[in-house]
Write a protein that binds this ligand. Structure first.
Ligand SMILES: Cc1cc2nc3c(=O)[nH]c(=O)nc-3n(C[C@H](O)[C@H](O)[C@H](O)COP(=O)(O)O)c2cc1C
Length: 310
């Protein structure tokens, strides 16, 4: 009789934030968790990444805010969210019911905004990590400005590092000349981990009306279309930094997740795919476990950076 294969060890650690498996949800594509209650048992996720939180509530941009493109979508939601107070009072209690790490994504207009958000969330039970969104292409002030200049980015991360003991994850923008330069700046300034990538700046035009399809003309491209770019950026960043990387950009199934891990991601986030298949994150977890079993991989973390390059 052959013994049943041992279950692979799926646990990973992202800069101090422990995860029961490497799969989390990408900010802005999973609401505050509750929206997916009929589809996803949050206890199964490695972590829940919630929509960007700002100091004040925001209504977001005017519609139309979404446009479909071949193998991806453009969005210009513009950080619509309930604001940090309502997040703590109304959204976090639901998330606290689960034994799953919660990564709170922060966005601000100024360094002071980010610092205040870090301070506000520092001691709040149920917050396991902070993710700085320095890469939103859809707002006028803040957002991407912080993520495209290494000195500005370093200053922001340093200021946040000073005021929080929580795992500090910096989410990088792909809309830069050198992702490695940004990654190194964030690491030097005290980031515990990096997340990449956010959306790529894109545009679509309705040829009948000759008008842009999005209210703000340009928006962020996400989905399968950006996956090769994201994998490349994770790979380049992995060669340059020591901190763990959360990879994202077009992950829709376990094979995509493995690809990111082989490129150097310790964890992965499922984003746009959840709009197509609300159970996509669970499918990725199940598929990743099957992949490990099929390939005799005892620890999923053994995959990290194991892409064979001559
Ligand atoms: C509708 C939508 C809203 C998003 N909102 C946020 C956000 O609030 N904060 C953030 O850091 N990233 C946000 N993102 C970016 C995603 O978290 C992710 O980085 C990106 O979509 C790439 O992954 P994907 O191709 O799997 O979607 C948003 C993406 C989409 C599609």
């Amino acid at each position: 009789m052959t013994a049943a294969p041992a279950q692979p060890d799926m646990r990973v650690n992202i800069g101090g934030m422990s995860m029961r498996n490497p799969v989390m949800t990408a900010s802005g594509t999973f609401g505050y968790g509750q929206e997916y209650r009929d589809f996803v048992d949050l206890n199964r996720l490695g972590a829940v990444g919630v929509k960007s939180v700002t100091l004040e509530p925001r209504a977001g941009n005017a519609t139309p805010r979404i446009a479909e493109t071949p193998s991806g979508m453009l969005n210009t939601i513009g950080l619509q969210n309930v604001g940090v107070d309502a997040f703590i009072a109304e959204k976090l209690p639901y998330l606290r019911r689960f034994d799953t790490s919660v990564l709170v994504n922060l966005s601000g207009r100024t360094v002071g905004d980010y610092v205040e958000l870090c301070q506000r969330l520092n001691d709040v039970p149920g917050v396991h990590g902070l993710e700085l969104n320095v890469s939103c292409p859809n707002v006028e002030h803040g957002g991407m400005e912080f993520g495209v200049d290494a000195a500005v980015l370093g200053g922001l991360v340093e200021a946040c590092r000073r005021v929080t003991v929580l795992p500090l994850i910096v989410k990088l923008s792909p809309n830069v000349t050198s992702i490695v330069e940004m990654a190194l700046a964030a690491e030097r300034a005290g980031a515990d981990a990096l997340a990449l990538i956010n959306t790529l700046l894109g545009m679509a035009i309705d040829v009948e009306t000759r008008r842009p399809k999005l209210s703000r003309t340009m928006g962020g491209l996400s989905g399968p279309a950006i996956k090769p770019i994201a994998v490349r950026m994770v790979w380049q960043t992995y060669q340059a930094v020591r901190v763990p990387i959360i990879g994202m950009g077009g992950i829709a199934n376990a094979e995509d997740a493995v690809e990111f891990m082989l490129a150097g991601a310790t964890a992965v986030a499922v984003g746009t795919a959840s709009f197509v298949n609300p159970r996509a994150s669970i499918d990725v977890i199940d598929g990743l476990e099957t992949y490990c079993l099929d390939h005799g991989i005892a620890k999923v973390s053994d995959l990290v950076g194991k892409c064979l390059v001559d």
